[in-house]
Write a protein that binds this ligand. Sequence first.
Ligand code: FES
Length: 185
Amino acid sequence: MHQREAKSDLASSGGARGGQLALDAAQASATPTIAATARIVARLKDLPGPLLPVLHEVQHELGCIPAEAVQTIAEALNLSRAEVHGVITFYPHFRSEPAARHTIEVCRAESCQAMGADQLAAHARAQLGCDFHASTADGNFTLEPVYCLGLCAQSPAVMIDGQPHARVTPAKLDRLLARTLETTP
Ligand code: FES
């Protein structure tokens, strides 16, 4: 079976097999992370294919998917930690550490690549002093790749804190970063 299909099957399994005892114990946990994760799993575990909805909701609520949340999710959905970790690492959207104050997503898909996204990505890495999937030392920016923002006709495209920007040159990116810090430091 292809790796992507295998991950997809894994992401759609687990809810029907229970894990209620683990969930009850987690909900009574003293740590806010585990308690919040257990609440989310309890709410979503009966969905068909609960793992991905749970991961999305945990990241939405906690800002990332911490290691202790992985343990709780695995036990409650009767999966191994390695299986949950495998799905988290397979999808670039999921993060194990909290993002910085601002998130910069540079499109790396085909149309943007043809219009200079590689140079733009190199410029972003140099300016921020960090690679993709990492944050600047001052905690201001997290740099992430994204694969098509629906702005292919106006490539290359960038998303900053959920706001799309088209035809982004290195100079325009510098202005956008400066403006981001000015308006929401
Ligand atoms: S390929 Fe970059 S926006 Fe579509």
